[in-house]
Design a protein around this ligand. Structure first.
Ligand SMILES: Nc1ncnc2c1ncn2[C@@H]1O[C@H](COP(=O)(O)OP(=O)(O)OP(=O)(O)O)[C@@H](O)[C@H]1O
Ligand SMILES: [Mg+2]
Length: 362
């Protein structure tokens, strides 16, 4: 799938703007602060219904204005699709082909994107929450039911924690919460396990492709799911979460928090016998992060039959020359939108057919 035209109204530094994109590689250049990332953010909002940069999407309304409107014309196979997201004060509305969609979660899955921003370079070394969010984000696009489970699960954990902090414990209610957590938690863990298995195979392939000659030194990338509660299958997961919550009750009550369950999961990342999360060099951590993100492209393609749009926000300059050069080999049929403040020669060399666009706010 690809985006043909993006039209913005009152979105960040764009009061009115329309941009056409090529089907292959698009390179957006421009000085710092000209609005390159803003443009990727807008495309991403069309795919996920919300920003990847802020929790408060109203921030994206141009200063002094009361609404924004983003409209994208996409090509999907032989068909066209329009997606529109607008925000008026605090209210957002979503349209696909002119038909209203109730909420952001229902928008996901129409326009498919994978975004890689400088923040993502840290998914390997940052706290487990980043890696859980990475898994969730990917699964949100593929499985609307997963999204609902995650929302429900988070809400129950929050309520359970409040209950645990109360002076006298309402045990019957705690039992009810634990039952819900075991049900939704087991579904979440089963999806994550399935996802991690695919991720492991695909990301190892990508990592060895982009590191090429240095694979021997670095070793292959080994990705595995590290669930907070060990389990074999979904039924088993349900029982084990329930048993774990039961056995931790005294401790949970002491901490006023739920100490086990999928909200404590992690992804394990090893290369050459070394846990990259703790001991990887900066370059190894970045390459592994890139391999994980790029694996999303293949997984989405596999699961939906559609190639997502790859949005690369100023990240290629973080890789060494050889790695930058080998990158395009992995994404022949993929529309890529790359931003860079200073186009290094190498980008033009790596993507000779790219469309170049200078972004300027004046
Ligand atoms: N709500 C808003 N209204 C108007 N302008 C905004 C708003 N939010 C952000 N901006 C402006 O957008 C600009 C930042 O845009 P953006 O992050 O896309 O820059 P960039 O081209 O990616 O820069 P860099 O190369 O530094 O990453 C800033 O100048 C900022 O003032
Ligand atoms: Mg930027």
């Amino acid at each position: 799938m690809y985006i043909r035209t993006l039209a913005l109204q009152n979105f960040r530094n764009y009061e009115a703007c329309s941009v056409d994109f090529g089907r292959g590689v698009n390179i957006l250049t421009g000085k710092n602060g000209e609005g390159k990332t803003n443009m990727l953010e807008a495309v991403h909002i069309l795919s996920m219904g919300r920003s990847f940069r802020t929790r408060n999407d109203a921030e994206a309304i141009t200063f002094g204005k009361t609404f924004y409107r983003i409209k994208g014309l996409f090509g999907k196979g032989d068909e066209d699709m329009t997606v529109e997201v607008s925000m008026n004060g605090r209210d957002k509305s979503f349209f696909v082909d002119g038909v209203g969609v109730r909420k952001g979660a229902d928008l996901a899955g129409h326009a498919l994107t994978v975004i890689f921003s400088p923040d993502d370079l840290r998914i390997v070394k940052d706290e487990p929450e980043k890696r859980r969010r990475f898994m969730d984000h990917e699964l949100f696009q593929l499985k609307p039911l997963y999204y609902l489970d995650v929302i429900k699960y988070r809400r129950i954990v929050k309520n359970r924690n409040l209950l645990l902090k109360e002076q006298t414990l309402n045990e019957p209610l705690l039992n009810v919460y634990d039952g819900y957590l075991a049900d939704t938690g087991a579904r979440i863990m089963a999806e994550r396990a399935r996802f991690a298995e695919k991720l492991a195979v695909i990301s190892a392939g990508i990592q060895s492709r982009i590191t090429a000659t240095s694979t021997d030194e670095e070793g292959a990338l080994e990705v595995s799911y590290e669930p907070s509660v060990a389990f074999t299958a979904i039924e088993d997961a349900r029982e084990r979460i329930a048993a774990e919550l039961q056995s931790r009750r005294a401790k949970d009550r002491e901490f006023g928090a739920t100490t086990a369950g999928p909200h404590k999961d992690d992804l394990k990342l090893v290369s050459g016998g070394v846990d990259l999360r703790k001991y990887g060099s900066q370059g190894q951590q970045r390459t592994a992060a890139l391999a994980l993100k790029l694996a999303e492209v293949d997984i989405i393609k596999e699961e939906t039959g559609e190639m997502p749009i790859l949005l690369l926000d100023d990240v290629l300059s973080e890789l060494d020359e050889g790695r930058q050069k080998r990158l395009p080999d992995s994404f022949e049929d993929c529309q890529i939108i790359i931003t860079t403040a200073d186009p290094p020669e190498i980008l033009t060399e790596a993507f000779p057919e790219a469309c170049h666009r200078e972004i300027s706010s004046s």
